[in-house]
Design a protein around this ligand. Structure first.
Ligand SMILES: *Cc1c(COP(=O)(O)O)cnc(C)c1O
Length: 422
């Protein structure tokens, strides 16, 4: 099935739900077991089914199955936010004494989580330059547990050397984790290019209207074999889990990465998604491909306008021929499209502020992927927790303005920016 069809039909059997065309919101904390044996079987994974909404929920389950198929994966776990998805995906494989390699071009919240908060857990992050993975190999050692990068980065809109990263990850048997939030499943499917684990902040294009905070982790098929083959690097998947009466994850014929994230991390840490938010995301997912198409074509029109404007020093949008990521957009992304996210440089911080304060249609908001167009100054907001060196590494200046282009008519957006740049 193609993605547009998957997004509307898969993972749901209406005959099991009164024929309801809309997926029911199973708004419950817990589930009644048929008898004591049924309960024991569920806990022992001899039978699959719902136990408690911190572990699983039928509404969320539809979203997980649907998203796994959309991303060409084998299994998925919904969590309460994109940040939780990143956190779970790392601590599922790394613990005290380990290190991870992270791209120099990441979302600000991911940078603080991975470099500062995880340091307190004894996990060290080393930065590599993701536009060209040739500098990655030197940084890998026995304690390296994951390589983390964004396919299309927020806010730099830079496209990673995905093939290069995957090649090195495979050579050393280290897990590659791709945050695919900005490109979205409509433009790019990392697993088709050999990535092991995909994470999304579903708060962005998946939600599409800025109504939900959510996250998801998706794994490719065959992770159990991967963990067996790389047992020295990933002992937690090959040795008995004392917290789950000695379960060995690689013995279980279920997608291993999300299984452990669910049974151990969701169970213990509990950053799970509410069924109602899963339902909202299921509604939005049906129109994901249509929306991302329109966000992308609108953004290209705005980018071309900005590129020709005398007050704009440069425009950063991969679908522009002048962009350093142009060839990668063509290579990796559907029809060379590159989402609604773009940034541009003006001549001074004062000018950046003036533009932001003068627009009427653009709201000053730190979110992206909303149907409404948004504008923000990353250096003083989303990336304000970063020091000067981190900002420089991330390619963010005091003169950078970021736009998230919405679904309005682009003529109106260009008119608004014309006035703001006067
Ligand atoms: C927003 C965002 C996140 C964090 O997601 P939340 O849902 O806000 O926690 C992670 N990565 C990227 C690329 C993002 O844009």
């Amino acid at each position: 099935m193609q993605n547009e069809t998957i997004a509307i039909h898969s993972g749901y059997d209406k005959t099991e739900a009164y024929g309801s065309m809309s997926i029911p919101i199973v708004q419950t904390t817990a589930y009644a077991f048929r008898d004591a044996q049924h309960a024991a079987n569920l806990f022992a994974l001899k039978e699959l089914g719902s136990i408690y909404t911190r572990l699983n929920n039928p509404t969320t389950d539809v979203l997980e199955q649907r998203y796994a198929l959309l991303e060409k994966g084998a299994g998925a776990l919904c969590v309460s936010s994109g940040q939780a998805a990143i956190f779970y995906s790392i601590v599922n494989v790394a613990s005290v004494g380990d290190n991870i390699l992270i791209s120099d071009k990441l979302y600000g919240g991911a940078v603080t989580l991975l470099t500062h908060t995880l340091k307190k857990f004894g996990i060290t992050a080393h930065i590599f330059k993701s536009v060209d993975a040739s500098n990655l190999e030197d940084k890998i050692n026995d304690k390296t547990k994951a390589i983390f990068f964004e396919s299309l980065s927020n806010p730099q809109v830079s496209i990673a050397d995905i093939e290069g990263i995957v090649k090195i990850a495979k050579k050393y048997g280290v897990i590659s984790i791709c945050d695919n939030t900005v490109a979205s499943a409509a433009l790019f499917n990392p697993i088709s290019w050999g990535v092991d684990i995909v994470v999304h902040s579903t708060s962005k294009y998946t939600s599409g209207q800025g109504t939900v905070i959510g996250g998801i982790i998706i794994e490719r098929d065959g992770m159990a074999e991967f963990f067996k083959k790389n047992a020295l690097r990933y002992p937690d998947f090959n040795e008995p889990d004392v917290s789950y009466h000695g379960l060995i994850y690689t013995d279980v014929p279920l997608p291993n990465f999300t299984l452990r994230a669910r049974l151990s991390l969701a169970r213990d840490i509990g950053a799970v998604q509410s069924p109602h938010n899963s339902w909202l995301l299921l509604q939005s997912l049906e129109t994901l491909s249509l929306r991302v198409d329109k966000h992308s074509s609108n953004a290209l029109k705005v980018a071309k306008f900005l590129e020709s404007h005398p007050k704009v020093k440069s425009v950063n949008y991969p679908a522009l021929e002048s962009n350093e990521s142009y060839n990668k957009a063509k290579k990796y992304f559907k029809d060379g499209k590159s989402s609604g996210l773009l940034s541009f440089e003006v001549n001074s911080f004062e000018e950046a502020k003036k533009v932001i304060d003068s627009t009427k249609l653009f709201s000053i908001v730190v979110n992206i992927g909303d149907s409404k167009s948004l504008i923000v100054h990353p250096a003083s907001t989303t990336h304000s927790q970063m020091n000067e060196e981190e900002l420089k590494n991330a390619g963010i200046n005091a003169t950078t303005v970021r736009l998230s282009i919405g679904l309005e008519n682009p003529i109106d957006l260009i008119d608004d920016l014309t006035l703001a740049l006067k």
